[in-house]
Write a protein that binds this ligand. Structure first.
Ligand code: CA
Length: 224
C-alpha cells in the first residue's frame, strides 16, 4: 500500500514517512500543496495524508480539486487546526477523515487501516484467500494454519495481490502500489519478489493449490 504525505513541516513529514515505512507502507513526501497535487493526480496512491496550511495550494483547495478530477483516493487531513469549523470544511471538501496534531502515531495507523479497507468487501484486518491468511494488524501470515515468515516488502506485495484477488496486475501497477516514487525498481525486481513469495507461500504447501499465477505477457494475479 502506497501513501502520499503532503506536509510542509519537514520534521513531521520525515517522522510520518519513517513510521509508515516501518509498518511496511511505501510513502512519498511532498512539501507544498502544488507538488503534492501533481503527485496525487499522476501517481497511484492508496491514501493521501494532507496538511491544511500548505504553501502553494492549501489543503481544502487540494481536496476540492482532487475530487473535481474524479480522483477518489482516500484523504486523511492532518492539521493543527482543531476547531469544529475547520473539520467540517475539510470533510465537506471531500476528505474522508480528520486527525488533529499533536496525535498519537498509533491512532494515525488505525485511521489509515480503516480508510484503506473502507471501500473493500473485507471489513476485517484479516485477508483470506483459500487457506492463506494475512493479518494486516499483526503481520502474521499463515497457510493451512502454518506460519509463514515474510519480509515487509513481501508482505506488502502479497497484501496488494490479495486485495486485488483474481485481477491481473501489471508489473507497473505493482511497482506503483508497493514501492515509493524514489525507489529504483526494475520490472525484474518484481519477478524476484514474486519468486520469493512463491517459495514461501506456494511451494512449501504441495497439498494446496498454487495461488500466485503468472499471466504471460500481462502480469500476475492471485486466485482464480
Ligand atoms: Ca502546514
Amino acid at each position: 500500500m502506497r501513501i502520499l504525505i503532503v506536509e510542509d513541516e519537514h520534521r513531521i513529514a520525515t517522522a510520518i514517512k519513517k513510521g509508515l515505512e516501518q509498518e511496511g507502507y511505501a510513502a512519498d513526501v511532498a512539501y507544498t500543496g502544488t507538488e503534492g497535487y501533481a503527485f496525487a493526480v499522476t501517481e497511484e496512491y492508496d491514501l493521501i495524508i494532507l496538511d491544511l496550511m500548505l504553501p502553494g495550494k492549501d489543503g481544502i483547495t487540494f481536496c476540492k480539486e482532487l475530487r473535481g478530477e474524479k480522483i477518489h483516493t482516500p484523504v486523511l487531513i492532518l492539521t493543527a487546526k482543531g476547531q469544529l469549523h475547520d473539520k467540517i470544511l475539510g470533510l465537506d471538501s471531500g476528505a474522508d477523515d480528520y486527525l488533529t496534531k499533536p496525535f498519537a502515531f498509533e491512532e494515525l495507523l488505525a485511521r489509515i487501516r480503516a480508510l484503506i479497507r473502507r471501500p473493500k468487501v473485507t471489513q476485517s484486518n484479516v485477508l483470506v484467500i483459500e487457506d492463506l491468511q494475512l493479518n494486516t494488524l499483526s503481520f502474521e501470515t499463515t497457510r493451512n494454519n502454518k506460519p509463514i515468515f515474510l519480509s515487509h516488502k513481501e508482505f506488502s506485495l502479497l497484501e496488494y495481490l490479495i486485495r486485488n484477488a483474481k485481477k491481473v496486475l501489471t508489473k507497473d501497477q505493482i511497482i506503483a502500489h508497493v514501492w515509493n516514487y524514489d525507489a529504483d525498481i526494475l520490472p525484474n525486481t518484481i519477478e524476484v519478489y514474486i519468486r520469493k513469495l512463491r517459495n514461501k507461500v506456494d511451494l512449501p504447501f504441495p497439498k494446496s493449490r498454487h495461488l500466485i499465477q503468472t499471466v504471460r505477457g500481462f502480469g500476475y494475479k492471485i486466485g482464480t
